[in-house]
Design a protein around this ligand. Structure first.
Ligand SMILES: O=C(O)CCC(=O)C(=O)O
Ligand SMILES: [Fe+2]
Length: 292
């Protein structure tokens, strides 16, 4: 890494990465405990930008967990096979194999979604640390759901006003993950279908945003399924126009933190094995999404 980047001094600000959201923070070393004042600044920038990219981080598991925990209660992912044995709060995403077996989830999150939208309390924030990042492929793309909602034509806002979606982890799971075993009865018990408003109010900023997930929404209450899924597709197409999207090109040592209450994201493919991709991931649970 160029020395000039290493010597940047944290001045409590972030550099905007798109006109409407996403910010880059340099010069802040998260391997050391943050003062309360610095954390308050980071928390404010998180609300302001919705996606924060912290460059040049060198974090062990303990430091990643300590930083994550400052945002709220950590959540353990319901798919145990991709969790670190020693630290189940850390999930591994990687296309790497050891003795013929994948060392983590190698095909996770490749359609537009918000993390664990199928839970009663979906994730507030997700933390993804790029330990080994490919020079091409495997970007993470984010869509600004606040800006997308604000830009919807009035007739569409009226049409979706008050609609409630049913999110169901098991709806398209087998189709999306043909090489994973089906969810076990115990896993299914942890993720029963749940209803969430299609438009939610952010509990901290008060802003309205679309709350969508491509393959986890199974139905919209009071609509037939084909019409409901067509509406979800239409809204996702609208929300993922270039004007609302930030595509993150990973560099080793990037920690990206995103607010799932006002963004959607997906990974672009990286499982062609051309380059290794290895990430550690943690997540913090949020509130039950609230209708406006
Ligand atoms: O691998 C990525 O780029 C993102 C995967 C994802 O959706 C997640 O970690 O929540
Ligand atoms: Fe995700």
């Amino acid at each position: 890494m160029p020395t000039s980047e290493k010597t940047v001094i944290w001045a409590g600000t972030a550099r905007r990465l798109t006109p409407t959201f996403a910010g880059e923070i340099r010069g802040l070393d998260l391997s050391r405990p943050l003062s309360d004042a610095d954390f308050e600044r980071v928390r404010a920038l998180f609300l302001e930008h919705a996606v924060l990219v912290f460059r040049d981080q060198d974090l062990d598991d303990a430091a990643l967990l300590a930083f994550t925990a400052r945002f709220g209660p950590m959540d353990i992912h319901h798919l145990a096979e991709h969790l670190k044995k020693s630290q189940p709060e850390i999930r591994i995403l990687s296309n790497d194999k050891k003795e013929g077996e994948y060392v983590g989830a190698h095909k996770s999150g490749m359609v537009w979604h918000t993390d664990q939208s199928f839970k009663e309390r979906p994730m507030l924030a997700t933390f993804l640390l790029g330990d080994d990042c490919p020079p091409e492929g495997g970007d993470t793309q984010f869509a600004n759901m606040t800006a997308a909602y604000a830009a919807l034509p009035g007739a569409m806002k009226e049409r979706i006003d008050g609609l409630v979606a049913i999110h169901d982890r098991n709806f398209s799971y087998a189709e999306r993950y043909p090489d994973r075993p089906p969810l076990t009865p115990e896993q299914l018990k942890e993720v029963p279908p749940v209803s969430h408003p299609l438009v939610r109010r952010h509990p901290e900023t008060g802003q309205l945003g679309l709350f969508l997930a491509l393959s986890d929404i199974r139905d919209i209450e009071g609509m037939d399924r084909a019409a409901a899924l067509a509406l979800v597709d239409e809204l996702i197409d609208f929300a993922t126009q270039d004007a609302f999207v930030y595509s993150h090109k990973w560099r080793d040592g990037d920690l990206v933190v995103w607010d799932n209450r006002c963004t959607m994201h997906r990974a672009t493919p990286y499982n062609d094995h051309k380059y290794r991709r290895y990430m550690r991931r943690t997540q913090v649970r949020g509130d039950r999404p609230a209708a406006p």
